[in-house]
Design a protein around this ligand. Structure first.
Ligand SMILES: Cc1cc2nc3c(=O)[nH]c(=O)nc-3n(C[C@H](O)[C@H](O)[C@H](O)COP(=O)(O)O)c2cc1C
Length: 183
């Protein structure tokens, strides 16, 4: 059993939901998992965990600054254990080049180059946005195409099967390698 931390940033809650989903998958594999909302915590990793999965979402072309600061502070610790990054955006829903670019920028700013990176589609939560944000997001959805524009409801684009696969692959990477035998 590994002690795994999932530090994440979220503005409207979708990254938190994905972090909790990953935590449930890892727990089903027998691990002890601690999702941590970095907005409410000045968390330090050093020596406390066997593995870490960092999550962050995109707003106006950037991941949360407090997640970037967290990675800058904990880079050495992250490099010393199995670790991964998942990035949540609308670009991941049909504009992968942009979604990859957000991560490349994050890696450049933090100097952290995680071995595993996942790009997950986020959500358009029109009913939860204030008036201005709702109008801005509708305009962006219209301009980009491939996104929904009925502001009377919410849209979750996250593909949970992909999230599950990512979590299971991460868990598989933590398991001791099967002993090769020539017998
Ligand atoms: C004000 C605002 C700005 C956003 N800007 C971007 C953007 O520049 N690129 C993008 O791909 N997604 C953008 N998104 C979509 C978010 O990444 C998506 O809604 C995600 O689910 C948010 O995750 P969170 O709820 O964990 O914060 C934006 C969303 C909002 C509300």
């Amino acid at each position: 059993m590994a002690h795994i931390v999932i530090p994440y940033g979220t503005s409207e809650g979708q990254t938190a939901r994905i972090a909790e989903f990953i935590a449930d998958v890892l727990r089903a594999h027998g691990h002890d998992v601690e999702p941590v909302d970095l907005k409410h915590s000045d968390h330090l990793l050093a020596g406390k965990y066997d593995a870490a999965i960092v999550g962050a979402s995109i707003h106006m072309g950037k991941h949360e600054e407090y997640v970037r600061d967290f990675v800058l502070k904990n880079r050495e610790a992250l490099e010393g254990i199995p670790s991964a990054l998942f990035s949540v955006s609308l670009a991941a829903h049909g504009d992968m080049e942009n979604a990859e670019q957000y991560v490349a920028q994050f890696e450049e700013e933090t100097g952290w180059h995680p071995a595993r990176v996942a790009l997950f589609s986020g959500a358009l939560l029109y009913t939860q946005y204030g008036f201005l944000k709702r109008m801005v997001m509708k305009k962006i959805a219209q301009d980009k195409g491939g996104l929904d524009t009925d502001t009377s409801r919410d849209y979750i684009y996250t593909e949970w099967d992909g999230v599950r696969r990512f979590a299971e692959d991460f868990a598989a990477g933590l398991e001791p390698k099967a002993v090769q035998s020539n017998l």
